[in-house]
Design a protein around this ligand. Structure first.
Ligand SMILES: [Zn+2]
Length: 281
C-alpha cells in the first residue's frame, strides 16, 4: 500500500513537471529551430514512405491555397507549411491532420469527406497547424526527456491519436493539454482569417465520439469531447462579435468531389483508417 502511495506521488510529480515545462512555452524547448526542421524533414520522409498519397493537382492546389491563407494569420509560426493529402487516416476518430515538427501537415482524405463545408475543414486544418506553430511535438519531446518519460513522440505521427496504457499517463495528460491549446489558438486564428470559429465546435460536436470508444479518460490522448466544446465556447466568448461571411463553397466542393472520386464512391464516412490499400511494410 505504501509503495502504491509512493508511486502515485512520483507520478503526480512527473505530471506536474511536464505540465510546468509545457507551460513555459518556447523557453522549455530543447530543440533549436534548425534541429526541429531537420527532425520534421526526417519524420515527413518516413510518413511519405508509409502512406498512400492522394495525387491530384486540383486537391493539392486547393489545400496549398487554403493553408497559406490561414498561415498569414499565424504570426507565431516559425516554419513554412508543407501540405500533403493522403488516403490514410491516422486519427480516424476525428480525422485530424497529422502535424509534424517543422511544418509538415498530412491531411487525410477522410477529413475532406467528413467536413460539411470549407469552414469546418479550415477549422481542423488550423488546429493541426497550431500544433506546429506552438511547437507541441518538440515541447513534448523535451518534457519527455527531462521527466524521463519515454519519448513516445516519434508519434508526432502516431502519437496524436493512439491511445493505450503503454503510453505514460503523464504524457497523455500533456497531449490532452496540447489538444486544448491547439483548439483555443485555432479559434482565434480562424476569427482573424474570417472563418466563423463556431464551425470547429460544430465539427468536434458532430464527429468526435463521447466517451472515448476504447479507453477511460485517463488513457486517452484526446480531451473529452464536451470538455473541448466547453473550452472552445469559452474562448469564443472573448472574441469580438462579428458577422462572418459565409465562405464560398465552390473550390471546397470541387476538391471534395475529386477526393471522393479518387477514394471511391462506396467509401463510407466511418471508413477504416486506410481508405485505400496500405503500402506493404
Ligand atoms: Zn490536435
Amino acid at each position: 500500500m505504501r509503495l502504491r502511495r509512493v508511486a502515485i506521488l512520483m507520478l503526480a510529480s512527473v505530471l506536474l513537471t511536464v505540465l510546468e515545462l509545457f507551460g513555459r512555452s518556447q523557453n522549455a524547448n530543447a530543440y533549436s529551430l534548425e534541429k526541429e526542421a531537420a527532425l520534421g524533414r526526417q519524420l515527413a520522409a518516413d510518413v511519405h514512405q508509409r502512406t498512400i498519397p492522394l495525387n491530384s493537382p486540383t486537391v493539392q492546389s486547393y489545400i496549398d491555397s487554403l493553408g497559406q491563407k490561414i498561415a498569414v494569420y499565424m504570426p507565431d509560426t516559425k516554419f513554412p507549411f508543407t501540405f500533403s493529402v493522403i488516403a490514410d487516416d491516422p486519427c480516424s476518430t476525428i480525422h485530424e491532420p497529422a502535424a509534424l515538427p517543422g511544418g509538415y501537415i498530412f491531411v487525410p482524405a477522410a477529413l475532406f469527406l467528413a467536413a460539411q463545408d470549407e469552414t469546418e475543414f479550415a477549422g481542423m486544418l488550423t488546429h493541426a497547424m497550431e500544433h506546429v506553430a506552438q511547437r507541441h511535438r518538440t515541447l513534448q519531446a523535451t518534457a519527455g526527456t527531462f521527466a524521463t518519460v519515454p519519448l513516445v513522440f516519434t508519434g508526432g505521427w502516431a502519437g496524436g491519436c493512439s491511445e493505450g496504457p503503454a503510453i505514460p499517463v503523464a504524457f497523455l495528460a500533456l497531449q490532452r493539454s496540447a489538444e486544448l491549446q491547439a483548439d483555443l489558438q485555432a479559434v482565434q486564428t480562424m476569427a482573424r482569417a474570417g472563418f466563423d470559429p463556431k464551425a470547429l465546435v460544430h465539427y468536434v460536436e458532430r464527429v468526435q465520439d463521447r466517451p472515448s470508444r476504447t479507453m477511460s479518460k485517463t488513457y486517452s490522448p484526446m480531451p473529452d469531447r464536451d470538455e473541448r466544446v466547453t473550452a472552445l465556447l469559452a474562448t469564443m466568448e472573448k472574441l469580438p462579435k462579428v458577422a462572418y461571411a459565409v465562405a464560398p463553397s465552390g473550390e471546397f466542393v470541387r476538391a471534395q468531389q475529386e477526393v471522393r472520386r479518387l477514394v471511391g464512391q462506396s467509401v463510407p464516412s466511418d471508413a477504416p483508417p486506410s481508405l485505400l490499400r496500405r503500402k506493404p511494410e
